[in-house]
Design a protein around this ligand. Sequence first.
Ligand SMILES: Cc1cc2nc3c(=O)[nH]c(=O)nc-3n(C[C@H](O)[C@H](O)[C@H](O)COP(=O)(O)OP(=O)(O)OC[C@H]3O[C@@H](n4cnc5c(N)ncnc54)[C@H](O)[C@@H]3O)c2cc1C
Length: 417
Amino acid sequence: MRIAIIGSGAAGAVSAWLLQDQHQVVLFEAAPRVGGHVHTVKVAGDGPPIPVELGAEFVFEEGYGGLLALIDRFGIPRETDPLAVSMTMEEGRRTIQVPPRSAAALSRLASPRMLRRLAWMLRLAREAEVVADQQDWSVSVQGLMDRARIPRDVADTMLAPLVASCWGVPTDLARELAAFSVVRVMGLRLRHQPHAVFPAGGLGSYLDAVMADAPGVDLRLSTPVTKLDRDAQGLALTAGGQVERFDAAILACDWHNSAAMCAGSPALQAWYQAFAAFEDYRAQVAVHRDLRHMPAHRGLWGAANYQFTLDRKPRTTVWSGRRFRRDLFRSWLREGEAPPASTLFTADYRHIVVTPAHRGRQERLAALQGTAGLHAAGMYTAGVDNHESALRSALRVGQALAPQAPRVAWFARHVSD
Ligand SMILES: Cc1cc2nc3c(=O)[nH]c(=O)nc-3n(C[C@H](O)[C@H](O)[C@H](O)COP(=O)(O)OP(=O)(O)OC[C@H]3O[C@@H](n4cnc5c(N)ncnc54)[C@H](O)[C@@H]3O)c2cc1C
């Protein structure tokens, strides 16, 4: 078949790699680069340039089987590190490190107020285990806190702001997110401490390797698809003012662009409505060198540093230069906030909102897969809000369109649930 793949993020690039031996694949990408939300940039300074992630960054040894298998298949060296984070609360007056990595960090947990908060956090984590084991999509973050009988002051000053700062959303929206997705994405399990994985050269290096191993794919960068239609002769795709014919198309771009592409086609109205049902929010990140976004005490710095405030959107700052001991950070900006003066890069994102209702939207999309010659792929179509979901969506495409392909069989053995 002649197949169009729209979008070269993880879902589109890996779909192309899976299909290229069986089909004639054209991969359309609106941006001038491959990767979508995987966006590694190189920052110069003292010594050699270091990789910094503008988009996806935290991938773990647990739950990322497909990603790790690809990294290893392409011989990309990787390191792992047990994840520690910092939380700054009480309007900046108290910072703790979890888990504590020094005697000083341990001593900060030893106040009656902190111990009480941590005890409730453990109680919540125990409830979260149940939701995670049962893959229970029906419970929201607020619902989980209610189940664990978390006192209001602990929910308001610590737990809801923690979730809000991770996602860069207002606290009210954080309470509505699906607890199962939050628990999975944050690795909030009691049974093990999450171990973060760092591929050499950054996350983007594995997608570069995927594309290099897909020479049969006709990759068209800076070529946004603007319209899709279906008639008796098949699919008509408009990109760069040209109309081309395809037997099948994989929409591996985001929900809002997929909706816009299908909106004008009477034959694709069910698809349009399914895409348009998804919700998102806007986020802006800045990579900078501003120490004021980090805890005052360096010994408490973590990979992710959460700042909780009651009156504003809580914030996360990632210590992007941690493996190289450099003062390089990535912060989620608050609404209307100017980037710090030392900013090197900014990026704008539309991020999917994963509430309990999200599951129903995914099921609606799943019921349409393959109809009218279309398939939808992408993180938002296939489970929780993380990178492995994008890879699972690519596997589903491979299983539908190239079930005999050796690469598909190999990938199916590795992708995590
Ligand atoms: C800021 C941020 C941080 C994240 N951090 C993490 C993390 O730490 N860990 C984790 O596991 N996940 C993280 N994620 C989730 C991340 O979205 C997934 O990990 C994954 O990279 C998504 O891949 P995708 O292929 O589904 O979509 P995308 O990466 O969004 O790819 C979609 C592609 O489609 C292209 N496109 C859009 N419209 C068109 C068009 N009309 N024509 C052609 N091309 C088009 C886009 O340019 C893009 O390249 C993060 C997401 C964001 C936004």
